[in-house]
Design a binder for this molecule. Structure first.
Ligand code: PGA
Length: 247
């Protein structure tokens, strides 16, 4: 069974005052069957965990280092995320791939370390507009999956997020057919590589998910939830998206 979940990536947004939103999200998390994960900046992880204590709301981090510890100024390790109370970590987000030059090999190394530490890795893949225009979408996704998902991945420790780069923060969403095609391809590739358990890995869609389009996206086969950016900052919008998955 593929687990259903909605994860909210706050990116570089959120101050102490945003903890009110976390509190409001706990009510939604407790009401729903699907998992709800809030992924604030590092500085809020521990306080978000305290604010959501006793509820079903889960907390994650937005990145971690590939090494367990050491002389890496400014970096955060998987063990530190766990220690702060996080259960998930986003890896390979296109903003990290583009702005920090993260390669598939690095994402895979980070994911292997995160998994070994006991975190669930949310590994992101997605094509650029140019790659889609050149009919390279499935080839890019398959290459990123093969390179970014480590051999130790299982349905319990890994989630894959399909995030077309051109749909992130733009308000542009792929058609139902485009999402369906990629999600089926991801599901099939994971099954081929990892057997039946690979077929149980949850695959999220991400890129301009909003309360108004969530229901139609969640109706697509092999879409097991969403990775939400902008619309996850407000508890009301994020909750409405989670409600659509739960329906
Ligand atoms: P968006 O971001 O929902 O704001 O498009 C999604 C993401 O980057 O994970």
């Amino acid at each position: 069974m593929r687990k259903k979940l909605v994860a909210g990536n706050w990116k570089m947004n959120g101050l102490s005052s945003s903890l009110e939103e976390v509190m409001a999200m706990t009510t939604t998390a407790d009401r729903l069957d699907c998992d709800l994960v809030v992924i604030p900046p590092f500085t809020l992880i521990e306080r978000a965990c305290t604010a959501s204590k006793g509820s079903k709301l889960l907390i994650g981090g937005q990145n971690c280092h590939a090494q367990k510890s050491g002389a890496f100024t400014g970096d955060v390790s998987a063990d530190m995320l766990l220690d702060a109370g996080a259960k998930f970590v986003i890896l390979g987000h296109s903003e990290r791939r583009t702005e920090h030059g993260e390669t598939d090999a690095l994402v895979s190394a980070k994911a292997a370390t995160a998994i070994q530490s006991g975190l669930v890795a949310i590994i992101c893949v997605g094509e650029t507009q140019d790659e889609r225009d050149a009919n390279q979408t499935l080839a890019v996704i398959e290459r990123q999956l093969a390179g970014s998902v480590p051999d130790t991945a299982t349905s319990a420790n890994t989630v894959v997020a399909y995030e077309p780069v051109w749909a992130i923060g733009t308000g542009r969403v792929p058609t139902v057919a485009q999402i369906a095609e990629v999600h089926l391809a991801i599901h099939a590739a994971l099954k081929k590589r990892f057997g039946d358990d690979g077929g149980s890995v949850s695959v999220l869609y991400g890129g301009s998910v909003k309360p108004s389009n969530a229901q139609s996206i969640f109706a697509i086969e092999y879409v097991d939830g969403a990775l939400v950016g902008g619309a996850s900052l407000k508890a009301s919008d994020f909750s409405a998206i989670a409600e659509a998955l739960n329906a």
